[in-house]
Design a protein around this ligand. Structure first.
Ligand SMILES: [Zn+2]
Length: 274
């Protein structure tokens, strides 16, 4: 699933083409990606509205339509693309939501496997949605102390805590693995056993890696594409994710892979991370 840097990349790519544009008559090929909104209401409320702003919250892209906000949670195979030409047959086949813009272009949510979700929230719905998600790791007011607060109160594995969207927004498996390696912390270590120094290092490395990944337009392991349809480049810079059994870049020890934390693959160096 796209994480913070991938969704941030998509949002930055599509924003200039969308802000201030009015949407024409929206169409939807399947209802199964809708959450908490009926097809009828979505088509009625989104069609004709003007896009005030486009931004990211956690791993989701948000279109502010004035009274309502359209939240797109791209699944593994989901992408948001603005086309300035007619769609090809293959592009049209996997286009789930199509929204013509008043300048002749078209905003498309494409999702081959339709694991993504669309929400349409009013003011109160938005408050509830955003209040349930933890702080943004790249926000200026997100400090090492703030990260420490979330970690100090949990006996669970540190990796599980930083991937829990209620504690921290936008971090998934790829960047959790990378940040813990960079910070020299064993992913299975109980969060409450981390020191203040660990909090500082993890905070610093999380932010550094998320920013570097945004600068490289995100990580494409399989399906992820940017808002212009291109693959990202950060997969070339991953130090542990996808490298199980290969030598640690820092000390040469074979990297260990385990599914012990939340059934997700954790890859780490047992020598460099403690
Ligand atoms: Zn190592």
């Amino acid at each position: 699933m796209p994480e913070l840097p991938e969704v941030e990349t998509i949002v930055r790519d599509i924003r200039p083409a969308l802000v201030g544009r009015q949407l024409g008559r929206v169409s939807l090929s399947h209802d199964d990606i809708l959450r908490g909104v009926s097809r009828r209401r979505l088509l009625r409320d989104v069609s004709g509205s003007t896009i005030q702003s486009v931004f990211r919250r956690a791993k989701h892209a948000v279109l502010d339509l004035g009274e309502r906000r359209l939240v797109v949670q791209p699944g593994m195979t989901g992408s948001l693309i603005v086309y300035d030409r007619p769609l090809g047959a293959d592009e049209a086949r996997y286009a789930v939501l199509r929204a013509p813009l008043d300048d002749g272009r078209e905003l498309v949510y494409r999702d081959v496997r339709r694991i993504g979700k669309l929400l349409l929230l009013d003011g109160r719905g938005w408050q509830r949605y955003t209040a349930a998600i933890g702080p943004e790791p790249l926000a200026p007011d997100f400090t090492a102390d703030r990260l420490g607060e979330a970690l100090r109160s949990s006996r669970q594995a540190v990796k599980k805590v930083i991937m829990d969207q209620r504690h921290l927004a936008g971090v998934g498996n790829i960047y959790a693995n990378e940040a813990l390696f960079a910070a020299g912390i064993d992913p299975s270590k109980p969060a409450q056993r981390l020191t203040v120094d660990d909090h500082r290092r993890l905070h610093r490395e999380l932010r550094r890696i998320l920013q570097a990944a945004i600068a490289s337009s995100g990580t494409t392991v399989r399906d992820y594409r940017t808002g212009t349809g291109q693959p990202g480049n950060f997969q070339l810079e991953l130090l542990v994710y996808g490298r199980e059994g290969e030598p640690c870049r820092r000390c040469g020890t074979r990297l260990t892979g385990t599914h012990a934390i939340d059934a997700r693959i954790s890859i780490f160096c047992h020598r460099c991370q403690s």
